[in-house]
Design a binder for this molecule. Structure first.
Ligand code: ZN
Length: 186
């Protein structure tokens, strides 16, 4: 089990452009990346995670199996080079969180249904249609691959509040790290 550090807003890497994977077999480290992302996501009780959130710019994300129509103990569903081909005009507004914004929840309006094409870890292209929470997760994770973040759905006042809260959290985390470093240096 290998955990990767989840980048927190406003880390500029979260806004970086992502790169298409293309031929899955040409990326020997992809299975390892997905395994690490899986461990990292579950260690933080997440339901989805994009590679860019652990600092890898390749276009892929994972979604927890129980949300993605699988059994609870199935591995997460992997979406490589995803393209959303349909978004329903019917929308739903629900509170949404993000592992790059710990403790922050925001009402976000999303399409109720979505159709997505993507490549699996086996290199095969597939298409599926999703509804509700699964459709929401697909839209949220796909946003990460275009640099769009939860904070972008907030109004200007709320946006300032989130920024301040995250900067405070990041400072606290940094100071915690310094303490750890001092302890191991001794
Ligand atoms: Zn997210």
């Amino acid at each position: 089990m290998a955990l990767r550090r989840i980048l927190k807003f406003p880390d500029p890497v979260l806004r970086q452009p992502t790169v298409a994977v293309g031929d899955v077999s040409a990326h020997k480290d992809l299975a390892k990346l997905v395994a690490d992302m899986t461990d990292t996501m579950y260690a933080s009780n997440g339901a989805g995670l994009a590679a860019i959130q652990v600092g890898d710019t390749r276009r892929l994300f994972i979604v927890d199996a129980s949300i993605a129509g699988g059994a609870e103990n199935d591995p997460p569903r992997v979406f490589i080079d995803p393209e959303i081909s349909y978004l329903s005009p019917e929308t739903e507004q629900t509170e949404e969180g993000c592992l790059s914004f710990p403790g922050i929840y925001l009402d976000v309006k999303r399409s109720l249904k979505a159709t997505i094409k993507a490549t699996g870890l086996d290199g095969k292209r597939f298409e599926l249609s999703a509804e509700g929470l699964f459709a929401r997760a697909l839209q949220h994770e796909n946003d990460h691959l275009t640099g769009k973040l939860l904070v972008d759905f907030a109004g200007p006042l709320k946006r300032q509040m989130i920024k301040r809260k995250m900067e405070k959290l990041n400072r606290a985390e940094l100071e915690g790290d310094d303490l750890d470093d001092a302890a191991t240096a001794d």
